[in-house]
Design a protein around this ligand. Structure first.
Ligand SMILES: *Cc1c(COP(=O)(O)O)cnc(C)c1O
Length: 559
């Protein structure tokens, strides 16, 4: 076992004795100090804490006069749990219960022989994996997930209050918003990092400002990982959001007034696919396609017929509220027949594609746009992938075409998330999202609710609450909200209600799956949804569900 050890000038004598004695039993790395001259204890605590946090050492030992300053410094590092111990029993218990990985010793209060005994006991004691200790350690590590922002508490209490309220909401409610997910702490650390201080107009190696080496490294990682993860020729990770990613493709390829064939907003498309209130609808000639009225699914023969008639410059597929798989190979055939650009907006399903739970459009499409914050679970942002021949046009369209300096902190967070997707821990996540969605959908359907298109192949489904219960999507979402279940109202194809009321609600399983929920939890949640929607005026049911929901989510901590 590897021990990393450090001390200040007061602890040097004890430290040297320990190193000499224990080198026979352990592999010991001594980070100093090596002289009796006065030194600063935090420097040595930092060296030990870093090594333990990185997992380079199995444990650390820190010695100073009291051991207190050492433990305080080491405990500032995430994943470091430094314990100041005075007895062998302390060392054993803190190992078992707190999974302490740094032992701090007072050179003033502990004798040489006793220090050896404490270190040996500490190293020999396994961590107790009992459920209650695991739970408590999770609470210890995250301080109610507020340790991320604890500095703000004092520096800006009003903003802190907003962040705390969001934290509590995430902790206590069931989030079924299909366009949301829950980011990792690593992602949030990168997003909140000093990389936000840098202006970096241009691209890595070709910036308009000096001092860009650190952000170049982050952006190169993001591009390289995106290409690897999705098998793309080229990635531009600078778009600030999904709408900007779509804008970049239009700017790179077509002129104002040119024709885009896309799914309209009320059928499941996105604002930036040509809605009249959006720039896309104002500057381009938008021809909408629809789903088949009976099946509520895409009809590729119809789409082909329409495309050959319309002759669009771009055929755009991908949607915000389409619960079925999209046949990208078939779409490519249509684009080839028409001779138009194939553009796929995978904003919603990017995570399913990264995890292999949905066919990838990347081999087929000229351009693939996405957000990085939906099923992908990263920071709020956008990205465009394209074939090599479009790389230059795309990059110029983003900068200087439509954006100034990129958000390098967010780009770094994108890089973090792309790496997470390549880790073994992530294997199976996308499949579980889809499985969970199927079970949740079926549970609600079995209670007599009409599901748009009769089911789902991906992470979301639409419930037609109007035809099922005579209520609007707005009313349904409000009732569920009161019961601690968060969904959104959504139009359904050929909706007769206004977009403010809607006939449907949209339900997605990315966020609950990130929290670790599986099929049994989906059965419960589906039952609660039906219980609430069966009688949206029944506040007793809402209260009951809210209580049960809070109990359920308590067992599935947010990352
Ligand atoms: C969410 C979404 C976007 C973009 O969203 P932003 O809010 O601009 O990041 C683009 N396309 C589709 C299909 C989406 O669902």
């Amino acid at each position: 076992m590897k021990i990393i050890i450090g001390s200040d000038h007061c602890g040097i004598e004890l430290k040297q004795g320990v190193v000499a004695e224990l080198s026979k039993e352990f592999q010991i790395k001594d980070v100093g100090t090596n002289s009796l001259a006065g030194c600063d204890y935090p420097d040595y605590a930092l060296a030990v804490a870093e090594s333990v946090a990185l997992g380079e050492s199995d444990a650390g030992v820190l010695i100073c006069k009291t051991g207190i300053g050492m433990s305080m410094t080491a405990n500032r590092f995430q994943n470091v749990r430094a314990a100041l111990c005075a007895t062998v029993e302390d060392a054993v218990l803190t190992r078992q219960h707190n999974a302490a990985n740094v032992l701090c010793i007072s050179s003033q209060n502990v004798s040489f022989d006793y220090a050896l005994e404490m270190i040996r006991a500490f190293m020999a004691t396994p961590v107790d994996m009992d459920e209650r200790h695991v739970r408590r350690r999770w609470k210890l590590e995250r301080a109610g997930r507020l340790s991320d922002v604890s500095g703000l508490m004092k520096d800006d209490p009003e903003v802190y209050a907003a962040i705390k309220a969001q934290t509590v909401q995430e902790d206590t409610e069931i989030n079924l918003i299909a366009s949301e997910n829950t980011s990792s702490r690593a992602c949030r650390e990168a997003a909140g990092s000093v990389l936000m201080n840098k202006y970096a107009e241009g691209y890595p190696g070709k910036r308009w400002y000096s001092g860009c080496l650190p952000v170049d490294a982050a952006e190169e990682l993001a591009c390289k990982r995106a290409c690897e993860l999705f098998g793309a020729d080229h990635a531009n990770v600078q778009p600030h959001c999904g709408s900007a990613a779509n804008m970049a493709v239009y700017f790179a390829t077509i002129k104002p007034g040119d024709t885009i064939l896309s799914m309209s907003l009320d059928q499941g498309g996105h604002l930036s696919h040509g809605s009249p209130v959006n720039f896309s609808g104002k500057y381009y000639n938008i021809v909408p396609y629809t789903v088949n009225k009976d099946t509520e699914m895409l009809d590729y023969d119809e789409l082909e017929k329409q495309a050959l008639e319309v002759k669009p410059a771009i055929l755009l597929t991908g949607a915000s509220a389409y619960p079925r798989k999209i046949d990208f190979k078939r779409v490519r055939e249509i684009c080839d027949k028409v001779g138009c650009i194939m553009m796929v907006d995978m904003a919603h399903i990017a995570g399913l594609i990264a995890g292999g739970a949905h066919e990838s459009p990347v081999p087929y499409a000229d351009f693939v746009t996405t957000t990085t914050h939906k099923t992908l679970g990263g920071p709020r942002g956008g990205m465009v992938l394209c074939k090599e021949k479009w790389a230059k046009a795309l990059d110029s369209a983003v900068f200087p075409g439509m954006q100034g300096g990129p958000l390098e902190n967010i780009i770094a967070a994108k890089a973090v998330v792309f790496r997470e997707w390549m880790m073994p821990e992530k294997k199976g996540y996308a499949q579980q999202v889809v499985k969970n969605c199927a079970v949740l959908c079926k549970t609600v359907q079995d209670r007599g609710y009409r599901i748009v298109s009769g089911g789902t192949d991906n992470h979301l489904f639409l419930v037609d609450v109007k035809s099922s219960k005579g209520i609007t999507g707005k009313e349904a979402a409000a009732a569920l909200d009161a019961a601690g279940i968060v969904v959104n109202k959504n139009t359904i194809p050929y909706d007769t209600e206004s977009p403010f009321k809607t006939s449907g609600i949209r339900i997605g399983t990315a966020s609950v799956t990130t929290r670790g929920m599986k099929e049994p939890e989906m059965l419960k949640i589906g039952t609660w949804i039906a219980d609430v929607l069966d009688d949206i005026t029944n506040t007793v049911v809402q209260e009951r569900v809210k209580e049960e929901a809070a109990k359920l989510v308590a067992g599935f901590p947010v990352p």
